[in-house]
Ligand binder design. Structure first.
Ligand SMILES: [Zn+2]
Length: 175
């Protein structure tokens, strides 16, 4: 299972690879291939009334389920640059100040070669713009605290974790 699932020959020189799982080694050109978790960035976007912006997925995996706006980082990309890029691509929104929320692990779907993902969440304030769904988002919707989708309507377990962290922060201080 994972990123190197099904790899049989070296993509550089086509020699059969050695090893059962990460790392795989090529005896032909001495390349070694490691499977790492793919880094993803996501945003908890709130409006002035405290409603949360969620995005309904237009692509597999989990097509039709609700997700936080965000996506995979590009190679070498600064995480916050990636967050701003994904928000612009998927919603047209411009991100202002951000606050770190947490990091959670997940898997991108259930295919044998599904990538393990490392998901970084920030709560973001908006600088400007009205959300308009684009890219791999079918629909954007603002949800009040009592209107949020149920667990089986959420795309990824990381969204559940991030929503739980948000609930904790918003809960009245019992101390
Ligand atoms: Zn090779």
């Amino acid at each position: 299972m994972g990123l190197l699932h099904g790899w049989q020959t070296c993509p550089r020189c086509r020699t059969p690879l050695e090893g059962e799982a990460s790392p795989l080694h090529c005896p032909g050109c001495d390349s070694t291939y490691y499977a790492n978790s793919a880094p993803c960035v996501s945003a908890l976007v709130e409006d002035a009334e405290g409603r949360l912006l969620l995005a309904r997925r237009a692509v597999e995996p989990y097509l039709g389920l609700w997700d936080c706006p965000g996506g995979f980082l590009e190679e070498g990309e600064d995480p916050l640059d990636g967050l701003r890029r994904e928000l612009a691509e998927e919603t047209g929104l411009v991100v202002g100040a951000v606050r770190f929320v947490g990091i959670w692990m997940d898997v991108y779907g259930d295919a044998p070669d599904a990538a393990a993902t490392l998901n970084i969440y920030w709560a973001v304030e908006l600088e400007e713009g009205q959300p308009v769904a684009a890219d791999d988002v079918a629909e954007l919707r603002w949800f009040g605290a009592d209107e949020l989708p149920t667990t089986d309507e959420l795309a990824f377990s990381t969204v559940e974790h991030a929503l739980a962290a948000r609930r904790e922060r918003r809960a009245p201080d019992a101390a």
